[in-house]
Design a protein around this ligand. Sequence first.
Ligand SMILES: Cc1cc2nc3c(=O)[nH]c(=O)nc-3n(C[C@H](O)[C@H](O)[C@H](O)COP(=O)(O)OP(=O)(O)OC[C@H]3O[C@@H](n4cnc5c(N)ncnc54)[C@H](O)[C@@H]3O)c2cc1C
Length: 104
Amino acid sequence: MFQIVDARLLAASVKQLKVAAPEITRKRKPGQFVVLRINEEGERIPLTIADADPEAGTITLIFQEVGKSTAQLGRLKAGDFHRRFNRSSGSSHPYRKNSKPWSA
Ligand SMILES: Cc1cc2nc3c(=O)[nH]c(=O)nc-3n(C[C@H](O)[C@H](O)[C@H](O)COP(=O)(O)OP(=O)(O)OC[C@H]3O[C@@H](n4cnc5c(N)ncnc54)[C@H](O)[C@@H]3O)c2cc1C
């Protein structure tokens, strides 16, 4: 079970959740995503890790409510729990400190 520590509305249908997930904050790399389920019967929802705070042990997810599962997720509040995360996955995005911004 993973506890939501903060939930806020960023724009119409766009929500931000901070979720306590200390192990993921330690292992995740930029560009990776998590796959979560609201309950045991729930659909798997892939969401990009928008930010992570290893000291607080939280990750930030930003998502748009487009269908059933993201609407259910959007109804969760701080203090609520969702059931599970698969560990972070996906290719990480290489980050170089002094690299120039990409442009077309
Ligand atoms: C690797 C990965 C990372 C993702 N990260 C984020 C994220 O950080 N924030 C976020 O808001 N969403 C993200 N998504 C999309 C998110 O997973 C889906 O919006 C969500 O699973 C939809 O579930 P649902 O049951 O609410 O909607 P569904 O009922 O599954 O879909 C509702 C409607 O939205 C359309 N739809 C669903 N998913 C997508 C999609 N990926 N692209 C275009 N149309 C779609 C469907 O065709 C349908 O018309 C990510 C997807 C992937 C694969």
